[in-house]
Design a binder for this molecule. Structure first.
Ligand SMILES: Cc1cc2nc3c(=O)[nH]c(=O)nc-3n(C[C@H](O)[C@H](O)[C@H](O)COP(=O)(O)OP(=O)(O)OC[C@H]3O[C@@H](n4cnc5c(N)ncnc54)[C@H](O)[C@@H]3O)c2cc1C
Length: 438
């Protein structure tokens, strides 16, 4: 290893940070992982205590280790045999335990290579970070694996009846068993929140609203074979590609079409010019998200049952304003197809609009952008990175000592949010770091 990077500082100990540390240790490189929660492995996604929060990827695709496809299913078979269906959707809580086990096993096999620190990283400087308590941790390189930023609060809503983060400890405890709730956002977070409430004995109505009123689609009962993408799907103009996707979906099923695209999406994203990316984001993204990030069929059935019982309503439109008083919240919204403003009322509102992605607002990334050590990609989606995931400065030059992994790398790779994509990126990051001179 002489001459190359020996020690890496990893900011964030969720799946990305923890599994990067494990792979670095296996490659002979030491690391220090720092996480504000003091938890190493589960991150936000796999820390839920509720077993009804299921993985949205089948168990046989959730290995944490590239090249060992059955690692998670084997772990399930050993520790939770009742959940070891390779094509099933295991509880996310178990996945968090699996990631923690893998980290602990690597630490035991390679003592001294991984150091854990519970703390808040406040600043990043050339190969080093400073924690909010003043402690400085230095290495030969830093990897930002900070996950999605905290949710941004809907409109101007602040105050006690608007729950801006349903994941915050105790947030849902305030909702009474028969209280209705307004939910802004109809994506995966809405699904998690409504089903969690339901499992806690809540029997109110969830009145949900999003711009298009689209809810994540369901996985099929069994896996769908990938439909090989045609030439037109890959290389035609965006509108022609869309027509082709519709035609293929009619012939072979949309899930198979999505499966066929999945392994090549990052490549398509990277080779698309800015205008194509912009059109895609403007017109297709909401549709892509609900077909791509699907929910387990069991979860979809539970939502459908709530809808049928009149306990889940879905509206499409834009929030105009949110007002609240001691009794509850009134949300005024403009229907998507036009027409007069309408209102939703309930004792509570949960903001499920998802993370705010603006790195300029991030406590760590804001100063990097302001100082020119980082820049945004041309569409302002996120940090601009090179093909290795190294941060590009305002001058367009990559910083070999500052890499980004996981959701914050989305502008560069697009598909870098789910485990099957992140574990591949981990291999790339390990290779980049072990090839970098110290
Ligand atoms: C609710 C939910 C469910 C999901 N379900 C699935 C699924 O079933 N299958 C799938 O493949 N993907 C799923 N995902 C996608 C998920 O993003 C990835 O699988 C993966 O968990 C991302 O891990 P990460 O480590 O990059 O981010 P995170 O898990 O968000 O971890 C980032 C960590 O960084 C820490 N951190 C951030 N800033 C600082 C700082 N300044 N100082 C110190 N620590 C800091 C945070 O405390 C956090 O622990 C889900 C995501 C969510 C949100």
């Amino acid at each position: 290893m002489a001459g190359t990077i020996q020690h890496v500082v990893i900011v964030g100990g969720g799946f990305s940070g923890a599994m990067l540390a494990a792979r670095l240790a296996e490659s002979g490189v030491a690391s220090t992982i720092i996480d504000r929660t003091g938890r190493f492995g589960p991150g936000l996604a796999y820390a839920t205590p509720f077993d009804g929060h299921l993985l949205n990827v089948r168990a046989n695709r959730m290995t944490a280790v590239e090249g060992r496809p059955d690692d998670f299913v084997r772990w399930l078979a050993e520790h939770h045999p009742g959940q070891a269906d390779p094509e099933g959707f295991a509880p996310r809580r178990l996945y968090g335990l699996y990631v923690q086990d893998r980290l602990a096993a690597v630490e035991a096999a390679r003592p001294g290579r991984i150091t854990r620190i519970a703390g808040e990283v406040a600043t990043i400087d050339d190969g080093a970070v400073q924690l909010s308590d003043g402690q400085v941790v230095s290495g030969d390189a830093v990897v930002l694996a900070t996950g999605n930023p905290a949710p941004k609060t809907a409109a101007d809503a602040t105050g006690s009846r608007v729950l801006s983060d349903g994941w915050a400890p105790g947030a849902l405890d305030r909702i009474g068993p028969t209280d209705d709730v307004i939910v802004v956002g109809t994506g995966l977070t809405m699904v998690d929140m409504v089903l969690w409430l339901e499992a806690r004995g809540w029997r109110g109505v969830a009145k949900t609203l999003s711009r298009r009123g689209l809810i994540p689609r369901a996985h099929g009962a069994r896996p769908d074979a990938a439909v090989p993408p045609t030439d037109a799907l890959l290389h035609a103009t965006p509108s022609r590609r869309l027509r082709e996707a519709r035609w293929l979906s009619e012939q072979a099923g949309w899930r198979g079409v999505m499966e066929g695209l999945r392994p090549i999406t990052t490549g398509l994203w990277r080779e698309a010019d800015v205008a194509t990316r912009a059109r895609w984001l403007r017109h297709l993204r909401p549709w892509w998200d609900v077909h791509r990030h699907r929910i387990a069929d069991r979860i979809a059935a539970a939502l459908a049952a709530l809808e049928t019982a009149g306990r889940l309503t879905v509206s499409a439109g834009r929030v105009s304003r949110i007002a609240q008083d001691a009794d509850g919240v009134t949300l005024t919204w403009k229907p998507r197809g036009g027409g007069p403003e309408a209102t939703l009322t309930a004792p509570w509102l949960i903001d499920c609009t998802g993370p705010g992605h603006d790195p300029a607002q991030g406590a760590l990334t804001g100063p990097l952008l302001a100082s020119g050590r980082a820049r945004l990609d041309e569409l302002g989606l996120g940090l601009d990175l090179d093909a290795q995931g190294r941060l590009l400065g305002a001058d367009g030059r990559p910083d070999p000592r500052l890499l980004v992994l996981g959701p914050p790398a989305r502008a560069a790779f697009w598909e870098t949010i789910a485990v099957p994509d992140i574990r591949k990126r981990i291999e790339d990051v390990v290779k980049t770091l072990t090839d970098t001179p110290a």
